[in-house]
Design a protein around this ligand. Sequence first.
Ligand code: ADP
Length: 342
Amino acid sequence: TLYKREALERKLLYNQLQELRGNIRVFCRCRPDPQGLTLVEFPSDDQIIVNQNGSKKKFQFDHVFAPHCTQEDVFDGTLPIIKSCVDGYNICILAYGQTGSGKTYTMMGTEDKPGVNIRSIRELLRICQEREKIKYTTKISMLEIYNETIKDLLSKNPSNSLEIRTQGKSVMVPGLTEIEVSTEADIKETIALGEKIRTVASTKMNTESSRSHLMVTLHVNGTDSISGVVSYGTLTLCDLAGSERISKTEATGQRLVEAAAINKSLTALGQVFTALKNNTLHVPYRNSKLTHLLQPSISSSAKACVFVNVSPDAKSLGETLSSLQFGSSIQQVALGKATQHI
Ligand code: ADP
C-alpha cells in the first residue's frame, strides 16, 4: 500500500507539473539576415546555437522558428494555447527582443503577411461563430504603456492616462475603450485605428513606438443559451518595448527616462516568471504596470506564450545572447519543476 500511495502521489505531482508545463510556452524566432551572414545554427526544431568567437552556446526552447519559417508556421505554434480563450481562460502572447529583431513582424505582420494578432483574433471569432449554442460577444481594447503610463489607443482622448484597478483576482482599467468586432474587416479596422492614434501620439511626444509596450486584448464573453452559464476569457497580445540596453553616454533626458521605464518593466516581467518558477508565495506583479496588467494571464490558471525574437547578425550578438538567456530563464518555469522532481 505504501508503494501504491507513493505511485499515486507521484502521479498527482506529475499531473500538476504537466499542467504547469502546459501553461507557459517559450518560442524563439530568428529573423532572416539581409546580408546572409549568420552566427546561428538550428540543429533541431527546438534548439538554437550561437557562435561567439569560436565557442558555441546552445539554447533549448519549446520550439525554435528558423529564418525560413513563415507567418503560418509561427501562428500554428500558438494555436493550442489560444483556443481555450473561448472557454474562459486568460491567454497572453508576448514578443520579447531588441528593436529590429522582428517583434512587430511576428505580432502585427504586414498587409499581405499578417502576424499572430490578426490570425489569432480571426481564428477565435471563427470558433465563436461555429459554436451555435453559446452566444458570444467579442470586443477589442488596445493600450500602450509608455514611461509607466497607460494610454487608451482606441479612445477619442488618447492623451488621458488611465489607472489600473484590482478587484479580487481581476485586474481592470476603468474607462478603457472596447470596440465590438465580428468580422475580419472589423479587426483590421480597429487595430489600424489604434496604430494610427499610437503614431500620432508618439510623433507629438517625439518618441518611437519601439520604446513602449503595445497591448491588444480580445475580450470574449460567452453565454450558454441552454444552461445560462457565462464565461469570460481574454487574449492579450503584447509587443514589448525593445529590450536593448542603451549606453549611458547615448541616453540623456527623455531617452534616459524611457530606458529606465523599459528596464524596470522587463526586469519585473523576469521577476514574475522567476517567482513562479520558485513557487514563491508572493509573485511581484505590482512592480510595474506591465506585469500588473498581465497578472490574470501569467498565473497558474492562465496560459502564456513568449516569443523571444532574435537577429542572427554579428552586431546583434550581445543582445541576441541576452534575449536567449531571458528566454531560457522563462523556459525553466515551464520545465524546471519537471526536471527537478521526476
Ligand atoms: P521589432 O518590432 O522587433 O523592432 P520589426 O518587426 O519591425 O522589429 O522588424 C524589423 C524589420 O525586419 C522589418 O522591416 C520587418 O519587416 C523585417 N522582419 C523581421 N522579421 C522578419 C521575418 N521573419 N521575415 C521577414 N522580414 C522580417
